[in-house]
Design a protein around this ligand. Sequence first.
Ligand code: FES
Length: 148
Amino acid sequence: MAYSEKVMDHFNNPRNVGEMEDPSGVGTVGNAKCGDIMRMYLDIDENGVIREAKFKTFGCGAAVATSSMATELVKGKTVQEALEVTNKAVMEALDGLPPVKVHCSLLAEEAIHAALWDYCEKSGVKIEGLEKPVSDIGEKEEAAEEDY
Ligand code: FES
């Protein structure tokens, strides 16, 4: 299995690892199939712009690399624009992932959605198109592998 240089870089030097005190939104998702878990923290200003993003993951290398890239991509975006940071967008930014690792990138996407959902509940803001996130992405994974 071959990983791109960017995947290796984000795996070896993950950006934005850590926790956040008093985040605007925090979300945790897991994948019951592989047992991996990811938590995403977002700091969002009064204009709905993501100032800071941090993550913690108990997951495989691809989960680390995709969450690292996902946090980099959402920073500076509005909460609405952050919805465009899909697992496909993250994979493209990483120059691809081996097919068996595609599901790992879903963990990153879903963790962002979970953190945004939490932010909406706390702040009363509505994000158009944001669906209630699942806590276990196992079911979404099969669909994603099919259309990859
Ligand atoms: Fe579980 Fe990668 S194998 S997230």
